[in-house]
Ligand binder design. Structure first.
Ligand SMILES: Nc1ncnc2c1ncn2[C@@H]1O[C@H](COP(=O)(O)OP(=O)(O)O)[C@@H](O)[C@H]1O
Ligand SMILES: [Mg+2]
Length: 279
């Protein structure tokens, strides 16, 4: 893993799921091997290997349609896996037991490009909805416990917008809304955070501050953050490792500090220019 840029298959494929491959000796929380996902028999991921270790931020790069969202969805049981193995926090995602899917999803905090907040509800209530995933369908009218409310406020403080707690979510800027979404994800006490193009709707300065927040969370809470990005400089600045997909194949996997820009540029060779619409 500490090697310079080398084809992913050579570095990661031979590793068994139980092999500690991280320099710190930690075990991966996520282990994907030989993942193939197909829609209507058309493969959109082919032979993907991925490890995510506690505390690291991994940037997922690739042109629009390269399979980034599909790879994220495969970690929460939302993609049609044709073959290969996906293990997340002890769950065998391709072979879940009854009730396990819900457990897996409650353990996975998700952040999206469009924030996915409930616009008319207060910031605080939006964060509290994160607790629904772990606590089950509470009665929203009955309200949340005071312990939940205290925790939600503490999380809003952590992401820097406690002063907005009572404001409707729709009144916040994009950067602030994404912070609410991150607080909501933390409300789940996640073991893993998946952020699918979380800064694609933000201007570059805000984008950096949101990515910095995600990286701090990964480090401080000791959880892996997988974040898809379509802007290379942001990936270089805010990730520990980069995984690159092209047409569903993983063509890059390495520590960010060891990757050179020329190799990364190859990710976009056959693709539409940067900045085009992405799924
Ligand atoms: N639900 C689906 N049904 C059929 N094809 C899909 C579906 N989701 C994604 N795809 C296809 O899979 C490929 C990868 O998509 P996606 O994972 O969204 O890529 P990215 O997030 O990198 O833009 C694309 O060709 C896309 O059209
Ligand atoms: Mg996508």
């Amino acid at each position: 893993m500490s090697a310079a840029l080398v084809p992913a298959a050579r570095t990661e494929a031979p590793m068994t799921p139980s092999a500690p491959a991280d320099p710190r000796g930690a075990m991966p929380l996520v282990t994907v091997r030989g993942l193939r996902v197909a829609y209507d028999e058309r493969p959109v991921l082919d032979g993907v290997d991925l490890d995510l270790f506690p505390g690291e931020t991994v940037a997922l790069l690739g042109a629009s349609g390269s399979g980034k969202s599909t790879l994220m969805r495969s970690l929460t049981g939302f993609a049609p896996v044709a073959s290969g193995s996906v293990r997340v926090a002890g769950h065998d995602v391709t072979n879940l037991r009854r009730g396990e899917l819900r457990e897996l999803r409650s353990e996975t905090g998700q952040v999206f490009q469009q924030f996915n907040l409930i616009p008319r509800l207060s910031v605080l209530t939006n964060v509290l909805t994160g607790a629904l995933r772990s606590a089950g369908p509470l009665n929203l009218i009955g309200g949340f416990s005071s312990a939940h409310r205290r925790r939600a406020l503490a999380l809003l403080d952590r992401v820097g917008i406690a002063h907005k707690a009572q404001d409707p979510a729709r009144s916040l800027s994009g950067g602030q809304q994404q912070r609410v979404a991150i607080a909501r994800a933390l409300m789940q006490q996640p073991r893993l955070i998946l952020a699918d193009e979380p800064v694609a709707s933000l201007d570059p300065k805000l984008a950096g501050s949101v990515l910095e927040l995600l990286r701090d969370i990964a480090r401080e809470d000791g959880i892996p953050v997988l974040v898809s990005l379509h802007v290379l400089p942001l990936a270089l600045e805010y990730s520990d490792r980069i995984v690159g997909l092209r047409n569903g194949e993983m063509i890059i996997s390495g520590r960010t500090s060891a990757l050179d820009a020329a190799a990364l540029a190859g990710l976009y060779e056959t693709a539409a220019p940067d900045g085009e619409a992405h799924a």
